[in-house]
Write a protein that binds this ligand. Sequence first.
Ligand SMILES: [Zn+2]
Length: 408
Amino acid sequence: MTTQKPPAAKKATAKKTTAKKGATRKAPAKGSAAKKSAAKKSTAKKTTTGTSAAAPSEPTAPKKSRSRKLARAPFEIAGHSVTAGRRMRMELPIGNLMSGTPVALPLIVVHGKKDGPVVWLSAAIHGDEIGGVEIIRQVLAALNAPSLAGTVIAAPVVNVHGFNTNDRYLPDRRDLNRSFPGSQRGSLASRIAYLFMKEIVSRADVGIDLHTGSDLRTNLPQLRCDIDRAPTLQLAQEFGAPIVIDASLRDGSLRQATVEAGKTMLLFEGGEASRFDPIAIAAGTTGVLRVLNHLGLTEIETPPAKRTLYSRSTSWSRASNSGIMHLDAMLGELVSAGQQLATIYDPFGKVLGRIKSKHDGIVIGHTQRPLVNRGDALSHVARLLNEVPTPDWDAHEITPAEEAILPT
Ligand SMILES: [Zn+2]
């Protein structure tokens, strides 16, 4: 059985884990050591000033200048400079349409007044997966640049061509999410991937990439990430999605390129393509806000997360016959091995096949198409882990970007 972990308890658990194991202290200690030494440095400076200030020759003048509030430096991106405490809309040129009309990747950068991590939010890398566009809209509406501690780069429409034509792919049928890290002189997908890495990923500490199901399939709101990387698992736990699935990296995906750059990325999936699924959008929006709260960027009230389940493996059950399919187990339903997931009929109601679950688990996705061919994927079931995984700080070396997001 997996157990509920309310957000407040999560931090405590994470800390407990690191405190319990002697060796596990290594990574966080590294972070805190760095922070401590930074703190020491500033104390040292203060002490020096203090000592010299105590000397009669140096009165309080330098202190005065120190007490003046130093504005946070502007955020430089793609030739734009965003002042601290402001948000700026900008367009990153991609090229032209065949008609000659310019095409650009639209961005909004919210640069907080206070220092903090840089987080990017991306959606519609698959052009028809528009759920994340709405999630980003809702998150941006909740952000207030003057009170933000950190920076948010929002890229709600990464695959501009696909978004405008309700297409998963680019016009040459390439999958943008198999084209990372891209190149300057490659295919259109490869060039967009390159631009995204150069202007966005390189400037960020963390990314959340938002997807939906594809191909007339719907997904239970879920995170896909590497749960064996402690900082990633910690963020996933903060997100509070109904289920977190440990997913291996796919060649050419934004997640693979991000991880190779030493950074953390959560991939959210929920709902279906070309539609707004209110449940998935709510789960995505609150999840993103919980992560921003956890990273210290915001203090926005969010509903407490319900129980998060964890999985390391999933399987699709396929149609045994061609015909008309009725689902017997719905999204989010817990099922046991052998339980009926779907029934296939002929047009007069004669049962042609009963599709059963291969194992115990939870339905995390299914087709929305009632007309099926033999072999079509019908229902996606995740096997559940018996225990809530705890971050293992010894499993990997902590990268500088990961260190930037460790809790203080
Ligand atoms: Zn997708």
